[in-house]
Design a protein around this ligand. Structure first.
Ligand code: ZN
Ligand code: ZN
Length: 289
């Protein structure tokens, strides 16, 4: 199956491993119709993952230049993946609002702070994860995960992004149910409540394939059963690989599309001509109408 759009990619302006030009060249080689850059937004705290604030103007200029060069062949969009950290950063922060973005991805990667004020992330390896789990949440995984989904709902309600990125990424280290079981009632209720907020705020939910092609998880972010509920709730989706290298621009997209269709989705959204447009999931290819 082919999917010719990716709205979530990271260059060496943040933690990606290639220049924007290299991403564009790969996108042209692969006949993509749409490429969205979404580097991690600058966070006004030392040591967190994000672009340097002083690099934001050149990020913007480089993308504008590439867009002018490729306008006939490839639609390029300027975005940022913006963390929600209460009191520190959100999509309404002045440096985000003045960045001239076409759309914004909202994400939660930091879930609380250690006693010394440093931030806990589930992206920093198992040892760091377990230290935070014990020091901040007394080893109570349910409390930690509840806080994660509470932060996502708070983001959706108070500082609404266009897209909610990788909804259940907190499962990243949960291979073989090491910390919790997604089938447990408390977990399903947390996710369902969050899906209801996504539906109420009319936000697009990302189907993120990074876990699959990186062998972090056996399923997309979010998991298949979540897609089924999302479809029942009428939540719009977009497919994204969260590429940190041009080779991953369409990573595991065939799997992602298969899961979407299996969950009952007949279409997903693609950014075209500056709008989110329906595409129908027909046969072995996405048709745009
Ligand atoms: Zn992310
Ligand atoms: Zn990302």
């Amino acid at each position: 199956m082919i999917h010719l759009a990716n709205h979530h990619s990271h260059t060496n302006f943040s933690d990606g491993h290639a220049t924007p030009e290299q991403f564009v060249n790969k996108a042209l080689d692969n006949n993509l119709v749409t490429l969205g850059f979404s580097d991690h937004a600058p966070i006004p705290v030392e040591g967190l993952v994000g672009m340097k604030l002083e690099d934001l103007p050149s990020y913007s200029l480089v993308i504008d230049r590439l867009r002018n060069q490729t306008q006939e062949d490839l639609q390029i969009y300027k975005s940022l993946e913006v963390d929600y950290i209460p009191g520190i950063i959100n999509v309404d922060s002045p440096h985000i609002q003045s960045a001239g973005l076409d759309y914004i991805l909202g994400a939660v990667h930091y879930v609380g702070q250690f006693a010394d004020g440093s931030f806990w992330s589930f992206e920093s390896g198992q040892e760091h994860f377990e230290r935070g789990l014990h020091e901040i949440y007394s080893g109570d995984i349910r409390e930690a995960i509840s806080r994660y989904y509470e932060l996502i709902r708070e983001m959706l309600n108070l500082h609404t992004p266009d897209i909610v990125a990788h909804l259940d990424r907190i499962k990243k280290l949960n291979g073989e149910n090491r910390y919790f079981n997604e089938k447990e009632k408390w977990y399903r209720e947390l996710v369902t409540e969050t899906l209801e907020t996504i539906a109420a705020k009319n936000v697009i939910m990302e189907i993120n394939t990074k876990g699959v092609y990186k062998n972090e998880t056996s399923d997309t972010y979010p998991s298949f059963w979540i897609l089924e509920i999302a479809n029942e709730l009428g939540i719009a989706t977009h497919l994204a690989s969260d590429a940190h290298h041009p080779d991953d621009l369409q990573g595991a997209f065939d799997f992602g599309l298969k899961q979407l269709k299996k969950a009952g989705y007949k279409k997903t959204f693609i950014r075209l001509d500056n709008e989110w447009q329906d595409s129908a999931l027909i046969g072995d290819r996405i048709f745009i109408f």
